[in-house]
Design a protein around this ligand. Structure first.
Ligand SMILES: [Zn+2]
Length: 178
């Protein structure tokens, strides 16, 4: 599936929570997983990034380790968080652009599995960050909305935007961190 990039308006919509996990949801999960696997840098993906406004995200539970372990979370919610930390962050929907974002350093998330069973996933470091980043997508929030220090942004050759353009594409102010 094609990953949408800013300023696509679908990235700004709120995704709906699913009443149940159906065969159609599982098909979507499979498509999200194969789309994420195509991108060597991808460690997470949210359904709205492929134009589907449903509360489904995929994250690599083994982020930072060699063997990836992609897990699907349906209707994910942060139920506990601790600490704050700022780190450079990027997004497949804002290609080639990286900037520091402050997030909770540890989170616990509750969700439904692809089998429709409730489960919890807790983590710190990059796992905590990717969980918060992907859950933001379900609410139409992009990491660029949370950038506090635009001087510290970095762009690589695949970035089609100028920093000024990215700033324009960000929603003004700094929304509260989770
Ligand atoms: Zn993203």
């Amino acid at each position: 599936m094609k990953i949408l990039s800013v300023p696509n308006p679908l990235l700004r919509k709120k995704s709906k929570a699913l009443r149940e996990v159906t065969a159609q949801t599982r098909k979507l999960i499979e498509k999200l997983i194969s789309t994420l696997r195509e991108d060597p840098l991808g460690i997470g993906l949210a359904a709205p990034q492929v134009g589907v406004l449903e509360q489904v995200i995929i994250v690599d539970r083994n982020v930072g380790q060699e063997e990836e372990d992609l897990v699907a979370l349906v209707n994910p919610r942060v139920i506990a968080h601790r600490g704050k930390e700022s780190r450079q962050e990027g997004c497949l929907s804002v290609p080639g652009f990286y900037a520091p974002v402050q997030r909770s350093s540890w989170v616990k998330v509750k969700a439904l599995s692809k089998e429709g069973k409730p489960f919890e996933l807790a983590g710190d470091g990059m796992l905590a960050r990717v969980l918060q980043h992907e859950i933001d997508h379900l609410h139409g929030i992009l990491f660029i909305d949370r950038v506090a220090d635009w001087q510290a942004c970095e762009l690589n050759e695949s970035c089609p935007y100028t920093p000024q353009r990215v700033k324009e594409l960000a929603h003004g102010g700094t929304p509260k961190s989770i």
